[in-house]
Design a protein around this ligand. Structure first.
Ligand SMILES: N[C@@H](CCC(=O)N[C@@H](CS)C(=O)NCC(=O)O)C(=O)O
Length: 311
């Protein structure tokens, strides 16, 4: 298998989702640490605009969004699948709820003053200010619960998870799947990054025991890698062949068109490029970068807006 390179930072909950999937599959991977806030020139050399965390790089192919990364990991390493458990469609729907509704409730609850103080530890007031401004700009199109509403919702969601974990060790059965990885990461953030705000978990012993089982999965074999090495790898690699990807046109945008793809909601910075493929589940854009050379940037359809650009 080609080298897997994860671009991430330790405190990122969505990155923890992928780190655990890599661990579940017992994979070896290269770890590139990226900044928490803009500017991120090395990330943008690969993605062309998308700046969220994490991204997965396989040679000159760049995969954005953790649901797409879950698919790619299942394709590359089919043992211990994340996406094909007993109820795969229900698992995806639950994961989508967890990655959005549960995630924002947990963030609103966790990032109150005591949590922020722990998250930022000895960071300077300027660094905290830069973080607040960066996230405010990313959230322009998003409606987030206020802290007390986030706490109220989180308590209800935890009780629902507690019920789901009543009769099985994982959310949908005997093995962890994408519903577990997605439900876990916002709670991981609460418990490990903002422990002052983690009292809310105490009402749910089954959730706590499940979190211990999830944490025990680990992260696989990690090797540190620099951003320069990753960009060099992209430049030396040939993007994967797309010949077998069937075209599904929903937008009336022909293959070969200049397009942009942007996340709906949080972090809408677009990637621009040439539409190389639009399959049932993905868009693949081709772009050339001064440093990374010819790369292909992959996005899922769900959660992303495709637009034609005028030449
Ligand atoms: N839908 C995206 C969400 C990713 C996301 O929102 N990640 C957060 C970090 S956990 C982020 O990008 N924050 C801003 C940043 O890292 O620049 C996914 O599944 O990958």
């Amino acid at each position: 298998m080609n080298d897997l390179v994860l671009h991430h930072y330790p405190a990122s909950p969505f990155a923890e989702k992928v780190r655990l999937m890599l661990g579940y599959k017992r994979l070896s991977w290269k770890s590139v640490f990226i900044p928490m806030v803009m500017p991120k020139p090395d990330v943008l050399a690969l993605t062309g605009g998308y700046r969220k965390t994490p991204i997965l790089q396989v040679g000159a192919d760049i995969y954005c969004d953790t649901m797409l990364i879950a698919e790619v990991l299942d394709e590359l390493a089919p043992a211990q699948p994340a996406l094909s458990g007993p109820q795969p469609d229900l698992a995806r729907c639950l994961a989508q709820w967890a990655d959005s509704t549960l995630f924002w409730a947990a963030m609103s609850h966790s990032m109150q003053a005591a949590g922020m103080a722990q998250l930022f530890g000895k960071a300077t007031p300027q660094a905290m200010q830069a973080f607040a401004e960066d996230r405010k700009a990313m959230s322009a199109g998003l409606s987030r619960p206020r802290p007390a509403d986030g706490t109220s919702a989180l308590r209800s969601y935890l009780l629902r998870l507690e019920q789901m974990l009543e009769s099985s060790p994982f959310v949908l059965g005997q093995q962890p799947g994408v519903a577990d990885f997605a439900s876990y990461h916002p709670l991981w953030f609460n418990r490990t990054q903002t422990p002052a705000m983690a009292g809310v978990l105490q009402a749910c012993p089954k959730v706590l025991a499940w979190m211990d089982r999830m944490a025990a999965i680990g992260h696989g074999q990690i090797e540190r890698y620099s951003a320069e090495q990753a960009i060099d790898l992209a430049r030396r690699s040939t993007p994967r062949s797309l010949q077998d990807e069937p075209f599904e046109d929903v937008h009336g945008i022909a293959l070969g068109s200049r397009v942009s793809v942007a996340a709906e909601g949080f972090g809408p910075e677009p990637t621009e490029g040439q539409l190389l493929a639009a399959t049932k589940g993905r868009y693949i854009l081709g772009r050339s970068d001064e440093r990374a050379g010819r790369v292909q940037v992959h996005f899922p359809r769900v959660g992303y807006a495709l637009r034609a650009l005028k030449d």
